[in-house]
Write a protein that binds this ligand. Structure first.
Ligand code: GLU
Length: 479
């Protein structure tokens, strides 16, 4: 027996080609959170290197691919602001190129036509399995007598010899060695001459000039077979990085119950795209003890070395705190627009306040909300209509004595020169002093009158945000 030979691998690192990455979703459903993370990593890697990020729609499964899914993927990427270079490439449209590539392998003797019947194939596969070997078709033998003209056939790769080894140098998983005997003579073209997924991916990655393949580790076993096929073509093997899948918070495979939702559902839950990117980045990538990494920072820092080896767990509490961080940083006017959109999505009537008024309130309230729906909730006391509804507990604070005091406070507030919380606070303090009581006595009934018990910031700020007219009217309602 000959000594095992090793195939030399020419990767991108060896040749210094410009970085080209791709995201290659199958349009059989929405863009889920795992796909979004794969897209993000490919986008970051390409953008950081000044290379290209390409989009390929793998729509060869005609039964399961839909236009609606293509649309959902494009919209999801657009929401996440992961822009691809050039137009997306649709895999199915390239079937003739895939066929031509397979035919070129047949001509070069690296692939062959296989005329086995279904039963023959099954029994040969069983025999091979019994010996712990991968299936090899007898039609790989070039000396075999020609079949009857017009007989149906499939086109198969002539798999690597049994003493050859395929090495996948994976940036996450390390070097994964697959013995030639573990790789079967797999099909490139079916009997109806349609290309298989394995062939299409390899040809497309080559034609698109892809240098780095970052994808879920459910494709790791495909990488060995794809590498064998790439060797047969004599093409350069891309650098692989197979990332562990995202699991639910219980460590189990992600399901809908865990939040395996389309990214548009995260948008509807009120997360900001930059927060989503930062959260997804940390879900599978780290650098030192950095916690929240903005996209701008990630464009400086992202590397394949920081990709983790173990599955990451989806954690909504963490997602909320990352989102809160970006809500605080977000521009107030932008949050006003998002707030209006959120209200519309929830089917509530539009807020009849100007953008300026809302922005002033957002500046105070955004620190108190982790998501957009929570921000809408914080606006509750402003949006509420007079007369304010009050629960029993809140109503109790409005004793006769308290109401009489509100009556005396009314003209004091009406007289505040500039309706700003500092002047309002000064007036309230002076009033408390003149009444000979602490602010603690004034606070609860005043809050009850103004907010009906809804969450609200400091009273002086709440008064400022409500505006003088509305504030005085609400006080008037309880007097
Ligand atoms: N279309 C495959 C998927 O959605 C991805 C293939 C690849 O990245 O090579 O899982």
């Amino acid at each position: 027996m000959r000594a095992p030979t090793e195939t030399t691998v020419h990767t991108h690192e060896a040749t210094g080609r410009d970085v080209v990455t791709r995201f290659a979703p199958s349009p059989t459903g929405f863009l889920h959170i795992g796909g979004a993370r794969t897209a993000l990593f490919n986008w970051l890697y390409a953008r950081k290197a000044g290379g290209k990020f390409l989009l390929r729609i793998e729509d060869t499964d005609r039964e399961r691919s839909t236009d609606a899914a293509v649309e959902a993927i494009l919209q999801g990427l657009a929401w996440l602001e992961l822009d691809a270079d050039g137009e997306p490439l649709f895999q199915f449209a390239r079937a003739s190129r895939h066929r031509e590539a397979a035919e070129s392998l047949v001509e070069a003797g690296k692939a062959f036509r296989c005329y086995l019947s279904g039963e023959e194939e099954t029994s040969l596969k069983e025999a091979a399995r019994a010996q712990g070997l991968a299936f090899r078709s007898p039609w790989r033998n070039p000396d075999r007598a020609a079949p009857p003209a017009g007989a149906p056939y499939v086109t198969r790769l002539r798999a690597p010899s049994e003493n050859e080894f395929i090495r996948v140098h994976d940036k996450v998983q390390g070097t994964v060695v697959t013995a030639g005997r573990e790789i079967d003579d797999f099909i490139l073209l079916r009997s109806d001459h349609t290309p298989t997924y394995m062939l299409a991916v390899v040809v497309d990655d080559h034609d698109m000039g892809v240098t780095h393949v970052i994808r879920g580790d459910d494709h790791l076993t495909n990488a060995a077979r794809q590498t064998a096929l790439i060797h047969a073509f004599g093409w350069q093997v891309p650098t692989y990085a197979h990332i562990p899948l995202i699991h639910g918070d219980d460590g189990k495979k992600l399901s809908k119950r865990h939040g395996a939702l389309g990214v548009e559902e995260y948008r509807d839950m009120g997360y900001l795209p930059e927060a989503m990117r930062a959260y997804l980045l940390r879900l599978g990538w780290s650098k030192g003890d950095l916690d929240i990494v903005s996209t701008e920072e990630a464009l400086e820092l992202f590397d394949l070395e920081g990709l983790g080896k173990s599955p990451s767990r989806l954690d909504f509490a963490k997602m909320g705190s990352v989102n809160a961080h970006f809500m605080r940083l977000a521009d107030d006017q932008r949050l006003v627009t998002l707030l209006r959109e959120q209200v519309a999505r929830a089917g509530q009537p539009d807020i009849d306040k100007s953008d300026e008024e809302l922005a002033a309130a957002v500046a105070y309230l955004k620190d108190r909300a982790k998501t957009l729906p929570e921000l809408v909730e914080q606006f509750g006391f402003i949006l509420a209509k007079r007369p304010m509804a009050r629960d029993e507990k809140t109503q109790k604070t409005l004793s006769e004595e308290a109401v009489a005091r509100i009556g005396r406070m009314h003209p004091v507030l009406a007289d505040v020169a500039i309706w700003h919380h500092t002047d309002i606070k000064a007036a309230l303090d002076k009033f408390a002093e003149s009444e000979g009581i602490g602010f603690g006595k004034i606070g609860p009934p005043l809050r009850a009158a103004l907010t009906g018990g809804l969450p609200a910031p400091d009273l002086a700020i709440a008064l400022e945000l409500l505006g003088r007219t509305e504030s005085l009217a609400r006080l008037g309602d309880v007097m």
